[in-house]
Design a protein around this ligand. Structure first.
Ligand code: GRF
Length: 210
C-alpha cells in the first residue's frame, strides 16, 4: 500500500480527482494517509473531512522558525507513514530539509508546459494570463518532481491542451484543469507501481511488469 500525503491551499479539485481515481479502482494500492493545508479554511481540508481522511492545518506562521516548522512537518509525515508527498495547489515553499528527506518522493502539478510559464509568481490565473499574453496556441499541464526551486524538478508527465481563439484565462484554466485531473492520478499510479526512476536528473518510466 502506498501511503500518500496531499498538500493543498485551495479548493482541492485535484485532490478530489485522486479520491475518484482511488474509488474508481484506477489507483489500486494507494491510500491518502493525510491531507495538509496552510489554510485552515481551504476546501481541500473540507473534502478530506468528508471522506474521514486526517485533515491537518499546518502553517509556518505558528512556529518560531522554519526549522521548527520543518521538524513538525517531518514528524507528521513520518507519523502517517507517508511515502509520497503530492502537492496539489500548495502555495507555500517546502523547507529544504523536507525536500531532502523526501528526495524524488515529492510531486507537484503545474498548469502549464514546464519549464515555460513556471517559477516564482507563476500560479493560478497568472499562468494562463502569461500563456495568452505570449499568444501561444498550445498550453498544458505538468507533473514534476519537487526540488529546492519552484516548478523546477525533473518532469514526470506532461500533456498538451489547445489554446482556442477567444480564450480567457478562466476558459483556458478550466481546459487545463481537466488534464491535471487525469495526469496527477496517473503519475501517482506510476509511483505506486514502482515504474519511476531518476537517472542523471531525468525521470525514466519503466514498462509495466508482464
Ligand atoms: C491547479 O490548477 C494546480 O495546477 C495548481 O493549483 C491549482 C489547484 O487547484 N498548482 P485545486 O485546488 O486542485 O482545485
Amino acid at each position: 500500500m502506498l501511503n500518500i500525503a496531499v498538500f493543498g491551499s485551495g479548493r482541492g479539485s485535484n485532490f478530489s480527482a485522486i479520491l475518484n481515481a482511488i474509488s474508481g479502482g484506477s489507483l489500486p494500492g494507494t491510500k491518502v494517509a493525510v491531507v495538509i493545508s496552510n489554510n485552515s479554511t481551504a476546501g481541500i481540508l473540507e473534502i478530506a473531512r468528508a471522506h474521514a481522511i486526517p485533515a491537518v492545518h499546518l502553517s509556518q506562521k505558528y512556529y518560531a522558525s522554519e526549522g521548527d516548522f520543518a521538524d513538525a512537518l517531518l514528524a507528521g509525515l513520518h507519523a502517517y507513514g507517508v511515502e509520497l508527498v503530492v502537492l496539489a495547489g500548495y502555495m507555500k515553499h517546502l523547507p529544504a530539509s523536507v525536500v531532502a528527506a523526501y528526495r524524488h518522493r515529492i510531486i507537484n502539478i503545474h498548469p502549464a508546459l514546464l519549464p515555460e510559464f513556471g517559477g516564482q509568481g507563476m500560479y493560478g490565473q497568472h499562468v494562463h494570463e502569461a500563456v495568452l499574453a505570449a499568444r501561444r496556441t498550445v498550453s498544458g499541464a505538468t507533473v514534476h518532481l519537487v526540488d529546492s526551486e519552484y516548478d523546477h524538478g525533473a518532469i514526470v508527465l506532461q500533456d498538451r491542451v489547445p489554446v482556442l481563439p477567444g480564450d480567457t484565462p478562466a476558459l483556458l484554466a478550466e481546459r487545463v484543469l481537466q488534464v491535471e485531473h487525469r495526469l496527477l492520478p496517473e503519475a501517482i499510479g506510476l509511483f505506486a507501481a514502482g515504474r519511476l526512476s531518476v537517472v542523471d536528473g531525468k525521470v525514466r518510466i519503466h514498462p509495466e511488469q508482464e
